[in-house]
Design a protein around this ligand. Sequence first.
Ligand SMILES: Cc1cc2nc3c(=O)[nH]c(=O)nc-3n(C[C@H](O)[C@H](O)[C@H](O)COP(=O)(O)OP(=O)(O)OC[C@H]3O[C@@H](n4cnc5c(N)ncnc54)[C@H](O)[C@@H]3O)c2cc1C
Length: 545
Amino acid sequence: MAASRQQTSSNAAPDPDYDAIIIGAGMSGLYQLYRLRELGMKVRVFEAGTNIGGTWYWNRYPGARFDSESYSYGYSFSKELLAEWEWSEHFAGQPETLRYLNYVADKFDLRRDIQFKSRVVAAIYQVETRSWSITLEHGSSFTARFLITAIGPLSTPTLPRIEGRDSFEGKSFHTARWPKEPVDFAGQRVAVIGTGATGVQTIQTIAKEVGHLTVFQRTPNWCAPLHNGKIDAETQARIKDGYPQMFARCQETFACFIHTPDPRGAFEVSDEEREAFYEKLYGERGFGIWQGNFRDILTDRKANATISDFVARKIRARVKNPAVAETLIPKNHGFGTRRLPLETFYYEVYNQDNVELVDLMETPIERITPDGIKTSAKEYAFDIIIFATGFDAITGAFDRIDFRGAGGARLKDKWRNGPQTYLGLMVDGFPNMMMLMGPHTALGNIPRSIEYSVDWVTGLLRFAQDAGLTRCEATAAGVEAWTDHVKTLGVGLLSNEVDSWMTGINRNVEGKERRIVARYSGSAPAYRARCDEVAARGYDELTLA
Ligand SMILES: Cc1cc2nc3c(=O)[nH]c(=O)nc-3n(C[C@H](O)[C@H](O)[C@H](O)COP(=O)(O)OP(=O)(O)OC[C@H]3O[C@@H](n4cnc5c(N)ncnc54)[C@H](O)[C@@H]3O)c2cc1C
């Protein structure tokens, strides 16, 4: 980036080590590296793990797989890649997705600019040199003009705050820190704590292998069938031919999935039609029942009650023991107002003789013991405890880096009462820092959002390069306006009235007991239109120098 180098030389300050530093080598970091190389930039990626892949590198738990259709999840930027790669299933498992990302990294020769085992612990903006200095866990430091965070919305695992957690003498694993070697469940007494999306995938997979399985459930989640299947040769050919149309559709839908809400309201059809529509959705693949349902099920309590009631009837029909079925039916939130786990014979697991469900609302865990778990009712002995307790979502990875902007201001302080961002991409007081998949950005079918955000950031850096700019910063007014806009979008959504990682609640993390608006809940097309407008006007809403 010649222009910036000249500028710093004339200020007699040393050139930064890199034009840009990217933190994280998941889908976001890999694609950002690819794009910045095209600008001729000197880029370094620092990744905490020992290899690329992010989510798909860390989450090796049994049964980990997509709930986006595989072909709608992969990168769309390279026609050659689309032609070469073949997904084997409609919803690929983690090993396949990790293979895919390694294929991408090799195909585009990305690894040579990535430094592994390099956790960034601090990032400090230096006003004089208009550059960022990052420090790694083991002490070394590097500087760059631009800092791009690609640290993941779901990358910081949380363990439950249970007394005696470390006293257990058997094996214990968090699902997002699963060992690379296979775990043998045969004949083992296994506990799973947590019944979110990850817990559901783990439970339905290991139930076939374990000696005995005990599931500890605090909050049941509404789940719907995934209906996964192999992709045969004919379908494969159809998928490949149809890529342009499918990606075009993902650009038009509300959350970048191939599914999008039905324009009808739940009460604009007869009871019979509504029932038949729900039945159809329940029998179809993927998120259709959540993302392709009547337009008002996530905003209108009565409309929501119709689908909640439908799915509750399905659970009752699938689980033989009526008391167990009732425990599995959520009572404190409506269908789809928390992230919807997709399942494959999950409910049937509870018909197995060797599976027990423990309702923690009735009998809470008192402590973990050297032998197992003690609830208020009884003591259980286990060989293996699995913590499917999820993530410190969206802001968690940010909280674990000491970000200091101009004048030493801490990002953590600025975000004390919830994140404040400009377009979910920048923060005032933190010049030259851009965030990928951080708070307040459109997520949805995430790779579609990743590609958009990376391209937007790349456009800004190209603009800076061409104009010889060395400082790009969001304004306080811009941040206030976007943060207010994001909050307004959340008003009236049933999901914002429910405790979940989407509203910033995680009882296992200190300080996360209060709801915040961390998520952009508007439509992806509206988000992109707003960001495009800023770029088209020469980024005139930013302070540029
Ligand atoms: C089990 C699971 C299933 C999912 N399924 C889907 C799905 O079907 N569809 C969908 O759209 N999304 C899904 N997601 C969300 C998924 O996170 C995104 O799709 C996507 O992988 C995010 O990519 P990313 O690169 O932004 O973040 P990540 O993949 O999380 O990568 C972030 C990387 O940053 C690294 N990092 C973080 N902090 C630091 C630091 N301080 N220093 C150095 N490195 C750091 C991490 O080690 C990680 O490798 C799923 C998530 C999980 C956990």
